[in-house]
Ligand binder design. Structure first.
Ligand SMILES: CC(C)(COP(=O)(O)OP(=O)(O)OC[C@H]1O[C@@H](n2cnc3c(N)ncnc32)[C@H](O)[C@@H]1OP(=O)(O)O)[C@@H](O)C(=O)NCCC(=O)NCCS
Length: 509
């Protein structure tokens, strides 16, 4: 069994708490390192000084040659490892530590340093003998690429959760603002916190004048452009107008404020873009309505039916987060480069726009219209599958049983009633039967988008708004993931196996 001693770097670059910021920064630059270990007078680690501390320090206009690092160091009493510890156990011990480099000690005194990523690499190499088998499966299916406290999807059980609570329970019992607050802060809001958060979101829902003036240019004719693509461009403009700074240069509080700001304005942007493309005047946010009711109000100009508002709100809660889906991963990849949150959000919207991810619900509606009546569902589905086509709103990468979101949305759809719901429940059954016959063993069931289309349509949302409405809630999940990624960041930069012609070859004359 390999121990930490075998992979640590020694000697560690260290300093003492009394040293000045200027001296320590010079040493880091000289050694080309991003952090160093702070020791007490008996060589025991008492903290870690990082580049992030320096960035925060630099924004305060204090003289670096007199400031002591002890007064500015964020990580005190760091996790340490004994040099004799076995690598996998060591990794398990420190993987949640808020610092990347871990001091290694013998008898409590520093003898070296090891990075969490080295521990992880050596831990997994000892599990996976052949380098060939390090290749990830296509689509990264089943590959664990990060650790998260934000939630998980258990595909075999048909269960998912936000932090420690079932997402379904949250959708049944809480408002979207409460779930949003919970996801960001890790605790459910008290009554006072809830009203303060509501007031904050309301005040941020107004579109800045310089973005508003651009919207008619961004917006295209409904038949020519997807509303979600308009939104992507509008989010870029808004991020620029808000003057978001690179995430690398700001602290968690500022990044969180940026996230709340962009999330709060997105429903207003969607509604405004929708109204412009339909030749209508923009409706200002309502001063009293909650997030979802206000969204519907800005779309129609009328106070929404509370049953419809609650149905859409529950849909939004259900879709805030869902594991490492493509758009969430895209957001995390972009923020891992230190880019600003607007860049990450615009990239994530791009990922969401694909029909294999978020672009399916309007296609579900088209499908239901094309099928028209329950009796046509079987031959229609058979024809699609036999011609190698995919049926929109069915199948899922992770769920190999019923999608819990789809089950709750079906309940909501049944509560709302209507002809489309009648058709949808019959068609669902017929399609699932055809899929189980023609694709045996694949476990293909209706996914979230199937009943999302039914619910949104019943609540009066135009199909143009389906995927943007999905974006209006998923953006909250993206912001939580962005914060998590930034708080313990390493640039996400995997590798690929080159399979082209052998290189180098001479250039043609
Ligand atoms: C969601 C989705 C992209 C997951 O893809 P995936 O995990 O890569 O699944 P695979 O492509 O490996 O599919 C496994 C098998 O099921 C089939 N399959 C999956 N979804 C299907 C669908 N909706 N209709 C018909 N067949 C489907 C595939 O053709 C494949 O069959 P094969 O083994 O004969 O090749 C996929 O199910 C899909 O395209 N669904 C339709 C689009 C949709 O509803 N998207 C919204 C997702 S929330």
């Amino acid at each position: 069994m390999r121990t930490v001693r075998e992979i640590m770097s020694a000697p560690a670059v260290t300093t003492t708490a009394g040293e000045s910021v200027a001296a320590v920064t010079a040493r880091m630059a000289d050694k080309n390192i991003g952090s160093l270990i702070v020791l007490d007078d008996q060589s025991r680690p008492i903290g870690i000084w990082t580049e992030r501390d320096f960035l925060l320090f630099s924004s305060q206009q204090v003289a670096p040659d007199t400031a002591k690092i002890a007064d500015w160091m964020a990580i005190k009493n760091p996790a340490v490892l004994d040099s004799h510890e076995e690598i996998e156990a060591a990794y398990a011990k420190v993987r949640n530590a808020p610092h990347r480099c871990v001091p290694v000690v013998e008898d409590g005194k520093i003898v070296g340093v090891v990075s969490k990523s080295d521990l992880l690499e050596f831990a997994s190499i000892s599990q996976v003998e052949s380098p060939e088998s390090n290749a990830a499966p296509k689509g990264l299916s089943g590959v664990v690429v990060a650790e998260t406290e934000l939630g998980d999807v258990r595909g075999q059980e048909g269960f998912y959760h936000y932090r420690q609570y079932s997402a379904i329970d949250l959708a049944k019992h809480l408002s979207i603002e409460e779930v949003w607050y919970f996801l960001l802060n890790g605790t459910l809001p008290t009554a006072v916190e809830r009203s303060a958060f509501l007031a904050e979101i309301r005040s941020l829902s107004v579109i800045p004048a310089n973005v508003r003036s651009m919207l008619s240019q961004i917006s295209g004719r409904a038949e020519d452009t997807e509303l979600l693509n308009n939104l992507r461009t509008a989010v870029s403009f808004a991020a620029q107008a808000f003057d978001f700074k690179p995430s690398l240069d700001i602290d968690r509080a500022e990044l969180m404020a940026n996230g709340i700001r962009i999330c709060a304005v997105v429903p207003s942007l969607i509604a405004a873009l929708y109204r412009i493309r339909h030749g209508l005047d923009i409706v200002e946010p309502h001063p009293e309505l909650g997030y979802t009711a206000n969204y519907l109000y800005m779309i129609t100009g009328e106070i929404p039916d509370p049953q419809f508002a609650r149905a859409i709100e529950q849909y939004q809660i259900l879709t805030i987060d869902h594991g490492f889906n493509a758009s969430t991963f895209a957001a995390r990849v972009i923020i891992s480069t230190g880019a600003d949150i607007g860049a990450a959000m615009a990239g994530a919207i791009g990922a969401l726009s694909g029909p294999l991810h978020g672009g399916a619900p309007s296609r579900v509606l088209e499908m239901l219209h094309a099928i028209g009546q329950p009796e046509s569902a079987r031959p229609w589905a058979r024809n699609m599958v036999e011609n190698g086509k995919r049926i929109m709103g069915f199948g899922h990468r992770v769920y190999k049983t019923h999608d819990p979101r789809s089950l709750l949305l079906r309940e909501i759809a049944i509560g709302l009633g209507g002809e489309l719901m009648e058709l949808a429940t019959n068609v669902e059954k017929a399609i699932e039967e055809v899929l189980s016959e023609l694709k045996p063993g694949r476990e293909l069931y209706a996914n979230v988008e199937y009943y999302a289309a039914v619910v949104m349509s019943r609540c009066g949302l135009h199909p143009d708004l389906f995927t943007p409405t999905f974006a209006s809630s998923r953006i909250i999940g993206w912001s939580a993931h962005i914060l998590e990624q930034a708080s313990d960041n390493r640039i996400i930069r995997p590798s690929a196996r080159y399979v082209g012609p052998p290189a180098p070859q001479p250039l043609p004359n």
